[in-house]
Design a protein around this ligand. Structure first.
Ligand code: 3PG
Length: 207
């Protein structure tokens, strides 16, 4: 599946930081049950790679990717574990769109966007979206960079997601709000399915 196809599967990509590997499969199933099939597991815990492998194998209907991918080596390790995409908070030197697995690099400025476009990328994570200009930054980028598509992430919530999803250059948003840490710790999968349901019902004006 191409990155563009993956980004169009659901309006929200849950950003998941999983401490306990036992949570991976029920968490993934809860999100998919609520309509969010694209899952980003951040490489911020020692369990992350095992969680990606388990979710990719066991969560039916999920398209599992890796987040917080900071190097080409981490991109390769994610692919080896079964990730279908990788997300980075920034541009990774020397990495191109077609590596081990499709890469969604982060940018925060016009200069970074120009570097990314030069490297052949057309889809970017705006990060941290709410800090680096949010909706107004994305409107600003749409003039000089009409080919660029975005997944804003960082400070996105159910309340402000509609403002992002209404923009013509936004394909989807990312956020951790659909899997609150306390609900994961408590195994409150019903709550997470409910949050996913609200998020998956958000309307998108797709480019
Ligand atoms: C992150 O890097 O943690 C993601 O961008 C999620 O940000 P959020 O917690 O503000 O949704």
């Amino acid at each position: 599946m191409t990155l563009d196809e993956i980004m169009r599967l659901a309006p929200v990509i849950p950003v998941l930081t999983i401490e306990d590997p036992a949570h991976a499969i029920p968490l993934g199933r809860a999100l998919v049950a609520g309509g969010l099939s694209v899952l980003e597991v951040t490489l911020r815990t020692s369990a992350a790679i095992d969680c990606i492998r388990a979710m990719a194998q066991e969560v039916e209907g999920a398209v599992v990717g890796a987040g917080t991918v900071l190097s080409g080596g981490a991109r390769q390790a994610s692919a080896d574990a079964g990730a279908k995409f990788a997300v980075s908070p920034g541009l990774i030197d020397g990495e191109s769109p077609n590596g081990a697995v499709p890469l969604l690099p982060g940018i925060a400025t016009a200069t970074e966007l120009m570097r990314g476009l030069r490297a052949g990328f057309t889809a970017f994570k705006l990060f941290p979206a709410n800090v680096v200009g949010g909706v107004e930054a994305l409107k600003g980028f749409s003039g000089p960079f009409p080919e660029a598509r975005f997944c804003p992430t960082g400070g996105v919530s159910l309340a402000n997601a509609p403002d992002y999803l209404a923009l013509s250059n936004v394909v989807c948003v990312g956020g951790s709000w659909v899997a609150p840490a306390e609900a994961v710790r408590a195994g409150d999968w019903g709550r997470i399915t409910e949050l996913a349901r609200e998020a998956s019902a958000l309307a998108v004006r797709r480019p």
